[in-house]
Write a protein that binds this ligand. Structure first.
Ligand SMILES: Nc1ncnc2c1ncn2[C@@H]1O[C@H](COP(=O)(O)OP(=O)(O)OP(=O)(O)O)[C@@H](O)[C@H]1O
Length: 574
């Protein structure tokens, strides 16, 4: 990892320098240049005041020479060896930057953020509620990175206090605190952190392939080999987080699984499954140890909802000073089991191309998640191996105590590819299930599509968000019930980690449901229809009444559902 001229920097509004080890404590001017993050998770103790530049775009671009061939070695990540200095180095970097800009054909110019003078933004790779993620290149080293630009919460406007926009510092600082603890080949590494009065910038390792989510949409589902490749690497990342770092991720889903791309090799022999669309895209040849479907190394991202459950240095629950009540141990286990559940949802989804839980009513969806009501829907699950189904069932087990932990997952015969027999979980659904989707689909009018994303992808994102969040809420309810009345626990979370939310305080994990609902214009109002009240024969309706607050999801264009829907197929009329 290269820091070059970009040590870990912070400046506050008054130009005060802050200690990166403790985000709130100013440090002396003597803390200077950075070093790469070690496994201890220590950041370089450097500070640099972000001053307003006169010129934002690097003027060095004018030196670009197409025919220039650098005479020194290129590192595997595309960056230059740091020891190389001088004019040749400068020219080579500029050539790389120009090439990178030329390769991003959008031609769009991106905001020239104060504080990001060391980088050139190349393209936008994602956006969140208060953040934009850009692909960028380091102007000094030529290293390609991802930069998450997060809008800071601005001071409350006394005239309009409700209109406060932006992310609260403690949320983003918590994410950074967690990310700096981790270093694993299957986890996106935080390279640098910059803050200005308006924004926080997280400089991250770039996963050039983007989201796994798009590959599911592209290929409809993955072969078992590719599904195993994805799940195994994700499981390694989770094992590291759970066992070595004492961190639970709490937001494992296909859009937070990024990947490094590999070459596509067309299939020599196409294999089709029952229920396949004849024009299903070819996933290509799978190469063991390398990958398939352009998916190479998996990289887990987004620690915005993560939590520390125990201190990795003392090997004890965080901040409890030797106080290890069974509830605490249980809490850690429950928290980890949330990740295992999510992994089960991802495995189910990559194997068949649609998520395990769905209902048009939020309360029914929550109910289905809480009771683990999912099915191996025919014909789409008919050709999937018993081992894969059995493993899914052990991950989507309702009782967290019985649910597989990460070690059980890693030892399962479907994962290890051993010949041992496998067994379903005690609450597994029957092997063949038909027509579980008895909901009515209401559609948006074309001009009501609530996002610039394609509606299919958008709808599916929301289904994931809602069903994962519903599960977390359920777990959170359980946890609170467990601790209620226990005086000793009142300060547990405060002690555990000063950046972890207090009991009863705003919990981004649970409020995610609300956020997801807002984004797709869903309200959990008494008017919401449930499958019991909706007639399966009803035709999809357009909702023109602006006052309507029912659950509206446009699934008519949902790519996966469309592709998986075979008119006249034996079952599954959804
Ligand atoms: N390191 C990276 N390399 C490539 N793309 C990335 C990287 N990090 C994030 N992205 C892209 O940006 C998107 C949003 O990133 P991230 O999930 O971290 O932001 P967020 O604001 O927390 O989003 P959300 O509101 O969806 O939780 C990702 O889904 C991905 O498409």
């Amino acid at each position: 990892m290269i820091f070059g001229k970009n040590p870990f920097r912070k400046s506050n509004n008054a130009g005060e320098k802050l200690n990166p080890q403790n985000m709130n404590t100013p440090v002396s001017d003597t803390g200077k240049r950075g070093r790469a993050l070690g496994s201890s998770g220590n950041f370089p103790s450097a500070t640099k005041q972000t001053s307003k530049p006169e010129t934002r775009l690097p003027t060095r671009r004018a030196h670009f020479d197409e025919n220039f061939t650098p005479s020194f070695q290129v590192e595997p990540n595309g960056s230059r060896k740091k020891e190389e200095t001088g004019a040749e180095y400068e020219r080579a970097i500029q050539a790389m930057i120009e090439k990178a800009i030329a390769e991003e054909s959008s031609g769009q110019r991106y905001p020239l953020y104060e504080g990001l003078e060391d980088y050139t933004l190349l393209s936008k790779t994602g956006d969140g509620a208060f953040s934009n993620v850009y692909k960028a290149i380091n102007n000094t080293t030529g290293e390609k990175v991802a930069i998450k630009a997060v809008q800071r919460a601005q001071p409350v406007d006394p005239i309009n206090p409700g209109r406060r926009q932006g992310c609260e510092s403690h949320n983003i600082l918590k994410e950074i605190q967690l990310m700096r603890r981790v270093q694993h080949p299957n986890i996106i590494q935080l390279l640098d952190f910059i803050q200005t009065p308006e924004n926080f910038f997280l400089v991250l390792e770039l996963a050039e392939g983007g989201e796994l989510f798009h590959q599911i949409v592209r290929f409809t589902y993955f072969s078992e080999e590719l599904a195993r490749h994805v799940i195994l690497q994700t499981a390694h990342a989770i094992r590291y987080l759970h066992e070595d770092c004492g961190i639970v991720h709490r937001d494992i889903k296909p859009e937070n699984l990024l990947f490094d791309p590999i070459d596509f090799i067309p299939s020599k022999i196409r294999k089709y499954r029952a229920g396949d669309d004849p024009d299903k895209a070819d996933e290509g040849e799978f190469r063991p140890g390398v990958g398939g479907g352009t998916i190479g190394r998996i990289r887990l991202a987004d620690f915005g909802l993560s939590k520390v459950i125990w201190d990795s240095h003392t090997q004890t629950p965080c901040g409890t000073m030797g106080y290890t009540a069974p509830e605490i141990v249980r809490d850690g286990r429950y928290s980890k089991s949330v990740d295992m559940w999510a992994l089960g949802c991802v495995l189910y989804t990559v194997l068949c191309g649609f998520p395990p839980f769905y209902d048009e009513s939020i309360s029914s969806l929550t109910n289905k998640v809480a009771h683990g009501q999912y099915t191996f829907l025919s014909p789409w699950w008919d050709d999937i191996s018993k081992g894969a189904k059995d493993l899914v069932s052990h991950l989507l087990t309702v009782d967290p105590d019985s649910r597989y932990d990460i070690h059980q997952l890693l030892a399962h015969p479907w994962i290890t590819q051993s010949e041992e027999p496998t067994f379903p979980a005690s609450d597994a659904p029957p092997m063949k299930s038909e027509s579980p989707f008895s909901y009515d689909v209401a559609t948006f009018a074309d001009d009501e599509i609530p996002s610039a994303r394609t509606p299919g992808v958008n709808s599916l994102r929301e289904i994931f968000n809602i069903s994962y969040a519903a599960h977390r809420m359920e777990q959170e309810r359980l946890r609170k019930r467990l601790y209620r009345g226990n005086q000793g626990m009142a300060n547990f979370y405060g002690n555990m980690n000063d950046l972890i939310e207090e009991e009863g305080e705003y919990d981004p994990a649970t409020s995610n449901v609300e956020h997801a609902l807002k984004r797709i214009n869903i309200a959990n109002s008494p008017n919401s229809r449930s499958p019991n009240t909706a007639s399966p024969q009803q035709k999809p309706k357009k909702q023109h009444d602006s006052g309507f607050k029912g659950f509206q999801l446009n699934l008519s264009n949902a790519t996966l559902y469309n592709r998986r829907h075979k008119p006249g197929a034996s079952t599954g009329d959804f």
